[in-house]
Design a protein around this ligand. Structure first.
Ligand code: FAD
Length: 364
């Protein structure tokens, strides 16, 4: 049976950095939360995907959490950086939602968005909405990526992804194979190699970056990803462009021999892996630190993708979908960082309200 849809102008899906920034700007543009626009989030509490991060990820070990517009993070961050990101950021987002009265509906998981002519039907497990425009800010946490290797189903040990990781101690006494060349792979390898035997494999040799990460390098990295999505190509990880910072922790890993990287294996065996030259290694655990992809399955009926698998993006900060101008993706591609998501939320709110003829407040 068809459920009755609640009419709104704009539906925002996701209440992480990207969704909250979008909501803030929609409100500034004169739209009323809970009436003209609605924010839906499937997580049980405020905090976006930060609420799920492993406990040892502290404000000292994250790259940086950028402020949301209108209320700074500093007073929620504690003094010395040892506070868990999974505590501080949810605390900040909760206060933010409350301060601006953003009225996030949660837990509300959006299963599907369908085209209904001049409206979009947004189906969630809490209610169905009929919206004229959509800001999708669902991040990547819900869509972990694990590459396919022959024999994976035969492996008798344990296979996990970054998102399953809690603490290194559970691996004590086991041989852990860490797969992946990004920052998460290295951070988890660091922790696990301090309590048990590890082997590290990456597809390509890691690209180390000596010296600080300059603003210019950041801009270049973002511009490269932006160029890709404007051309309709799938975005790529920003680290592949920026290189990995050589921190004191990494120097220490190098010195104790935990950073000796091997190339990717060709095949998974019941008790280990085998390389193309026939070398075999027994392992108990394969930890796939192989990243995430944008969580966009609920948008499948809108057919936003090109044959290349990418989505062609347009607009000032490349948040608008070329194939359907009513849809903005925030926190996707070049805006997949806290600072990028923040800016993109503003651009998406302005462009979408203009497109739909909704902007009311000249002060926004
Ligand atoms: P999220 O925070 O993932 O929020 C998306 C929200 O959408 C979630 O609350 C989710 O529940 C909800 N959602 C998803 N699907 C649905 C659905 N179908 N229906 C309803 N709700 C849904 N970036 C930085 O700038 N600095 C860092 O230090 C940093 N550290 C990181 C560390 C790790 C381990 C990882 C994995 C990423 C890190 N990033 C960092 C990248 C970071 O994820 C982004 O910068 C940013 O937090 C993403 O914000 P977001 O709003 O796009 O997504």
């Amino acid at each position: 049976k068809t459920r009755l849809a609640i009419k709104v102008d704009i539906a925002v899906i996701g209440a992480g950095q990207a969704g909250l920034s979008s909501a803030y700007h929609l409100q500034r543009l004169g739209l009323q939360p809970g009436k003209d626009f609605v924010v839906l989030d499937e997580a049980p509490q405020p905090g976006g995907a930060w609420q799920y991060r492993w406990p040892s990820l502290t404000l000292n070990t994250v790259n940086r959490v950028h402020d949301l517009p209108g209320l700074g993070f500093a007073e929620f961050a504690g003094g010395d950086g040892t506070v868990k990101a999974s505590v501080a950021v949810p605390h900040y987002f909760a206060a933010y939602e409350e301060h601006f009265g953003l009225r996030v509906l949660r837990p509300a998981r959006v299963s599907v968005v369908c085209d209904r002519g001049d409206r979009l039907r947004v189906e969630s497990d809490r209610a169905v909405f009929s919206a004229r425009g959509l800001i999708n800010a669902t991040g990547t946490w819900e869509n972990p990526y694990i590459p396919e290797y022959p024999g994976a189903a035969t492996f008798q040990g344990q296979q996990l992804h970054t998102r399953d990781y809690r603490t290194a101690e559970v691996f004590a006494g086991k041989h852990v194979l860490v797969v992946g060349g990004g920052i998460s792979a290295i951070q988890l390898l660091d922790q696990i190699s301090q309590v048990t035997r590890t082997t590290w494999v990456t597809r390509t040799p890691p690209r180390w970056r000596e010296g600080p990460f300059t603003e210019e390098a950041g801009r270049k990295a973002v511009a490269m990803v932006e160029e890709r999505v404007r051309a309709g190509l799938p975005p790529m990880a920003v680290v592949s462009v920026t290189g990995l910072p050589v921190t004191p922790a990494i120097e220490a890993m190098r010195q104790r021999g935990a950073l000796e990287r091997k190339p990717m294996f060709a095949e998974i065996l019941p008790h280990g892996v085998r390389w193309p030259d026939g070398t075999e290694l027994e392992v108990d655990v394969i930890l796939w630190c192989t990243g995430f992809r944008s969580a966009l399955d609920h948008l499948a009926p809108l057919q936003l993708r090109e044959d290349s698998g990418g989505i062609t993006m347009i607009g000032r900060l490349a948040t608008q979908v070329a194939r359907d101008a009513r849809v903005h993706l925030v926190g996707y591609g070049p805006s997949a960082s806290t600072i990028g998501a923040n800016r993109a939320g503003g651009a998406a709110a302005r462009e979408l309200t203009t497109f739909l003829g909704l902007a009311r407040s000249p002060g926004a």
